[in-house]
Design a protein around this ligand. Structure first.
Ligand SMILES: Nc1ncnc2c1ncn2[C@@H]1O[C@H](COP(=O)(O)OP(=O)(O)O)[C@@H](O)[C@H]1O
Ligand SMILES: [Mg+2]
Length: 327
């Protein structure tokens, strides 16, 4: 197991600085998720850790060794991409073992490692198939298998589930989390999907515009977002955020309250508003209000609640769950 340290890592393409000084300390065996909107620099940062992209300045340590300028093959890492890039003419077993064959490892060793990887990924019954006879989820598991047989100290994943449909994605989330527990390896996982970040990470690194916005456990970021950006990025539906005159009235520069931290009633509350729309999801319902002096607001209520579009209702925030930002 290896930890990974980034010290003031920067990257410019031409005159344009894309990664603007990142410091991170990733512990051995930790599952760290880099999350942020498209274009914020997640892939560039991961590719620098992998050695697929040169570092413009800064220092990168893996397993306590300075690998800033080391060849990718000398870093003890394996990377899994969004596109699985399997060889279509090879079987699952050959695809998983390809790197080992290329390295000239003995056949017995390759077979044993491929079997062990296939077992941990539930691919044993598919070892003789070609990729075209596999589902998207199975193909992605083969790509992960190819990484496992290399026995890396650090796994790097770049949006590996983005090509899968929703139900498969949630299944693969569990499988990758299980795999992490089984292998105990350090994993760095890049995604733009806050659900993946919340459900998989030991530690989330929120990136914005080439900088670290906040680092913390999923529940830390949910309970104590440091900035309105983190507040709006973590949690679904998004936190209600108000700035300007409305926020000043509430004693801050930006005020936030999550939909699940509001209680609606016909009797009393802090804010009065008209219901524009109700989304019934089953167990709960999302109520969209127009609140005088604030604007749009979303509240989460029980699915069976009697609120209807057109109703005038009161919204009461849980006073222990209010967020006030002074940035
Ligand atoms: N080889 C490159 N040359 C120039 N600009 C690049 C290159 N690779 C990435 N970029 C730019 O760097 C920024 C971050 O890209 P990327 O790391 O792919 O973001 P993300 O993975 O978060 O979506 C984007 O603005 C992108 O256009
Ligand atoms: Mg990317």
């Amino acid at each position: 197991m290896s930890g990974v340290q980034l010290k003031d890592i920067r990257k410019s393409f031409g005159a344009l600085e894309i990664i603007k000084g990142i410091d991170l300390d990733i512990q051995p065996g930790e599952f760290v998720v880099f999350v942020g909107p498209s274009g914020c620099g997640k892939s560039t940062l991961l590719r620098m850790i992998a050695g697929l992209e040169d570092v413009t300045s800064g220092v990168l340590n893996i397993g306590g060794k300075d690998v800033t300028y080391a060849d990718p093959s000398k870093r003890g890492i394996a990377m899994v991409f969004q596109s699985y890039a399997l060889y279509p003419h090879m079987t699952v077993a050959e695809n998983i073992g390809f790197g080992l064959s290329l390295a000239g490892r003995p056949k017995v060793e390759i077979e044993a490692k491929v079997r062990a990887a296939a077992e941990s990924l539930q691919l044993i019954h598919l070892l003789d198939r070609k990729p075209k006879a596999l589902s998207g989820g199975q193909r992605q598991r083969v790509a992960i298998g190819r990484a496992i047989v290399r026995n890396p100290d650090v796994f790097l994943f770049d949006e590996p589930l983005s090509n899968l449909d929703a139900s498969l994605r949630s299944q693969m989330r569990l499988e990758i989390t299980d795999l992490h527990k089984k292998l105990g390896a350090t994993m760095i996982y890049v995604t733009h999907d806050q659900v993946e970040a919340m459900t998989m990470a030991d530690k989330i690194v929120v990136l914005k515009d080439g900088r670290v916005e906040q680092v913390g456990s999923p529940m830390d970021l949910y309970n104590k977002p440091a900035t309105p950006f983190v507040a709006s990025f973590i949690g679904s539906p998004k936190m209600n955020l108000y700035s300007g005159v409305a926020a000043e009235g509430l004693g801050c520069k930006t005020y936030g309250i999550r939909p699940e931290d509001l209680t609606l009633s016909f009797e009393k509350g802090r804010w009065n508003g008209r219901i524009r729309h109700v989304e019934r999801l089953g167990a709960d319902a999302l109520v969209y209000l127009k609140v005088e002096g604030l604007g749009d607001m979303v509240a989460r209520t029980l699915g069976g609640a009697k609120f209807q579009p057109g109703n005038i209702v009161w919204a009461e925030p849980d006073a222990t769950k209010e967020h006030r930002f002074d940035l």
